[in-house]
Design a protein around this ligand. Structure first.
Ligand SMILES: Cc1cc2nc3c(=O)[nH]c(=O)nc-3n(C[C@H](O)[C@H](O)[C@H](O)COP(=O)(O)OP(=O)(O)OC[C@H]3O[C@@H](n4cnc5c(N)ncnc54)[C@H](O)[C@@H]3O)c2cc1C
Length: 378
């Protein structure tokens, strides 16, 4: 089963929201709003400023560079950054996923070494899970870690690695033991330094030439023992927990918010019937999904592991992102691809990014399987 308790944002978050808006007014680099800004728009300077302002690693302990604020306060900051389509992609994965993972499973040395730089917005991380033969079936991974002297050696390949070409490290799920009948055994997370010359990063471009994900090859990369996250063989448990952080946040339904805004403005002045019939339902759906996502922030703040709840939010949220694109494409008076105005540009970009919405972070079919199991129907 799963639970979504209604969550109310505390009064203190009103002031914080205002502060973030003021910060964005003065510090957000100028530029056109884009879809998927959290995955593609970047600015080292802006990430550093966010770190300085205390908007990264917000919930982490102060002794590791964090700010000991609540999950709901963090949620408000994320919402504002996403609504403004701010260039946050460099530090996003570190803040959302890798910091919490290291906090929970890392050694004291790893916490002290990696977390403060992450919180300063100066350390960028990639997620090394998928391989050519292992996506939905993640336990099929074959990247291999073998003992070598006091440490290990890593060989194999990852694919679809967002931002690897701009990241310093990749949390990499590898096979560290013999494959047994339980494929979830013998998996380990290791921290790979992407500047290592034995690591090769090759771009994969989408149709318009944009480069945000990659293939990453390991040619006998030397992995020191201190780069193993937690305990050898604990990888599957760690990854399963990490996915709740990866799947539940507001970026799973706000990627196309700039398009929804532009669509609403256009339809209000050109096609009022479409506004009432098609766009208002999108907005009410967005509000509902936000309530569900907020409820998950509360569960996370209480130390829970809302894996099934996160699957619900990501399934609903990413379908909404695609629906926004479909409605916009229908209402758009000209053919997408002609880059005349902001509305057309946003529709074009959403069409190009759209297939990824319901695939990245686990496909919707897989999420529905998790939900079915959570409901006890499978
Ligand atoms: C934009 C984007 C960014 C990404 N970034 C990263 C990243 O940073 N790091 C990373 O590790 N990975 C990343 N990925 C990879 C992503 O996690 C995988 O693409 C995803 O898990 C699906 O795996 P696959 O591509 O191998 O497809 P497959 O697993 O081969 O799936 C193909 C199709 O079969 C369906 N299917 C598979 N198994 C089942 C089943 N049991 N029941 C029903 N249907 C099923 C799937 O739903 C899908 O429709 C990214 C992907 C995208 C699109």
């Amino acid at each position: 089963m799963f639970t979504f308790e209604p969550a109310r944002l505390p009064e203190s978050t009103r002031k914080l929201r205002q502060e973030v808006r003021e910060f964005l007014k003065s510090e957000q680099p100028p530029g056109k709003a884009q879809v998927d800004a959290w995955l593609g728009a970047f600015s080292p300077d802006f990430s550093r400023k966010l770190g300085k302002q205390g908007y990264i690693g917000m919930t982490w302990p102060r002794r590791y560079g964090g700010h000991e604020r609540s999950e709901l306060e963090r949620y408000v900051v994320l919402e504002e950054l996403l609504a403004a389509a701010a260039p946050v992609s460099l530090h996003w994965v570190a803040d959302r996923q890798m910091g919490p993972l290291i906090l929970r499973y890392g050694t004291e040395e790893q916490k002290q070494r990696y977390l403060p730089k992450m919180a300063q917005g100066e350390s960028y991380w990639a997620i090394g899970m998928s391989e050519p033969g292992a996506g939905s079936d993640l336990a099929a991974i074959t990247a291999k870690l073998v003992p070598d002297g006091p440490g290990y050696r890593l060989s194999g390949q990852k694919i679809w690695t967002s931002g690897a070409h701009r990241s310093h490290y990749m949390m990499t799920l590898v096979r560290s033991g013999e494959t047994s009948s339980d494929r979830h055994q013998g998996l380990t997370n290791v921290i790979v330094d992407l500047a290592d010359p034995a690591v090769a990063i090759r771009p994969i471009r989408i149709l318009n030439g944009e480069h945000h994900f990659n293939e990453v090859f390991f040619h006998d990369v030397s992995i020191p023992p201190e780069s193993v996250l937690g305990v050898v063989g604990d990888g599957w448990t760690q990854v399963t927990e990490e996915l709740a952080h990866e799947r539940s946040g507001p970026e799973r339904f706000l990627s196309t918010l700039p398009l929804l805004r532009s669509l609403s403005t256009y339809a209000r002045s050109h096609d009022h019937v479409a506004f009432v019939r098609e766009i208002m339902p999108l907005i009410s759906e967005l509000v509902t999904i936000r309530e569900l996502s907020l409820a998950i922030a509360v569960i996370l703040s209480q130390g829970g592991h809302p894996v099934v709840e996160a699957a619900v939010v990501k399934d609903m949220g990413t379908k909404l992102e695609r629906k926004i694109t479909e409605v916009a494409e229908r209402i758009l008076p000209q053919v997408p691809g002609c880059d005349q105005d902001d509305f057309t540009r946003l529709v074009t970009d959403s069409l190009l990014h759209g297939p990824g919405f319901t695939i990245r972070g686990g496909t919707n079919e897989i999420l529905q399987g998790i939900i079915a199991r959570g409901l006890g129907t499978r």
